[in-house]
Design a protein around this ligand. Structure first.
Ligand code: PLP
Length: 342
């Protein structure tokens, strides 16, 4: 299997390396956490009632939705359920690392489809790569680490052209983008959508995500899914997290405003960047990317070196937080770039 080692350390810094919420979750979630009973800890968690609440919130029927231990578990379970020897997983790259990691635990072959220099979605190349062996096509939308997107029409065309395959659209960064295809779950027979509570909702530590798809496909997924992988604390926190739309809208709005400001700062500094619809921006730092990341860390700002991803040598991904945080990050960026030039 492919090994995955997340970077650790310097936790007091401004964490712009994991695309997390950089502030906190909703206060309503904190209140519910403070009232958790010992009974809730004693009992095995019951996910169905909360699945029904989340499904209703998303306009879906309960059997169309499964809560998971983060989208990571969702990807793992989906791949375990469907990928067999001789199957192919189509993966536009560069993309989220865990698709490849979980695919490597199956006997299927990964078919990477490299994005062009502008890192736009490789739509035509992906269509050309579809074969009768294609079993899953996994598309993060917006994509990480590039921040670029596939349009709804492109996704629908892919679903039409690969009826034998499952199209997974991973909408982990939906709240910073605003466009979704989740409304077509159940209508498009091979469409499965994932969402996470780790990003805009600020609950990465609780590990909650979901898969939404046609009932028939979800039945297979439930067979593989551990019945207790979403714990009681996570389940208790989901309804208040969903209810506090004011908080969510504030946070997403803040990030979108900060993203626009930080783009201006990057342009002023002469750093190449790609247009992003997510809570991060991919930047081209060049051959001294590792030193850049080290110096930024020393200046109290953690950023993520993506240089070893396919096609993006010398690139660093920077998570977007609030405007205030990103103004500090811009100062660290300018100081670091000046130090690299000196
Ligand atoms: C595209 C994408 N999907 C899924 C995840 C993981 O989500 P979760 O924390 O719910 O496992 C990430 C995390 O960075 C991501 O970038």
């Amino acid at each position: 299997m492919t090994e995955y080692r997340p970077p650790l350390g310097c936790r007091d810094s401004l964490r712009l390396d994991f695309n997390e919420n950089t502030v906190a979750c909703s206060l309503r979630v904190r209140e519910v956490l403070g009232r958790i009973s010992t009974g809730a800890l004693t009992r095995y968690p019951e996910r169905e009632p909360v699945e029904a609440i989340v499904a209703k919130y998303l306009g879906l029927a309960a059997p169309q939705l499964a809560l998971t231990n983060g989208v990571d578990e969702a990807i793992h379970v989906l791949f375990q359920a469907f990928l067999e020897d001789g199957d192919e997983l189509l993966l536009p790259v560069p993309t989220y690392t865990m698709y490849e990691v979980y695919a490597s635990a199956t006997a299927a072959r990964v078919v990477p489809i490299l994005a062009g220099d502008d890192l736009s979605f490789p739509f035509e190349r992906l269509l050309a790569a579809i074969t009768p062996k294609t079993k899953i096509i996994a598309i993060a939308n917006p994509n990480s680490p590039s921040g670029t997107v596939a349009t709804r029409e492109q996704l629908l065309e892919i679903a039409r052209r690969a009826p034998q395959a499952i199209l997974l659209v991973d909408e982990a960064y939906f709240h910073f983008y605003g466009e979704t295809i989740i409304d077509l779950v159940g209508t498009v027979p091979n469409l499965i959508v994932s969402r996470t509570f780790s990003k805009a909702y600020g609950l990465a530590g609780l590990r909650i995500g979901l898969l939404a798809g046609p009932v028939e496909l979800m039945r297979w997924i439930r067979r593989v899914l551990s019945p207790y992988s979403v714990n009681s604390l996570a389940l208790a926190c989901l309804p208040p997290a969903l209810e506090d739309e004011t908080y969510l809208n504030w946070y997403a709005g803040e990030v979108i405003a900060a993203r626009a400001e930080f783009e201006v700062a990057l342009d002023a500094a002469g750093v190449r960047r790609w247009p992003s619809r997510a809570n991060f921006i991919l930047t081209k730092i060049g051959p001294r990317h590792a030193e850049f990341v080290r110096r930024m860390s020393a200046a109290g700002v953690l950023v993520r070196d993506r240089s070893s991803d396919p096609g993006i040598d010398g690139c660093v991904r920077i998570t977007i937080g609030t405007r205030e945080q990103m103004r500090k990050a811009a100062v660290a960026l300018n100081d670091t770039l000046a130090a690299l030039k000196a």
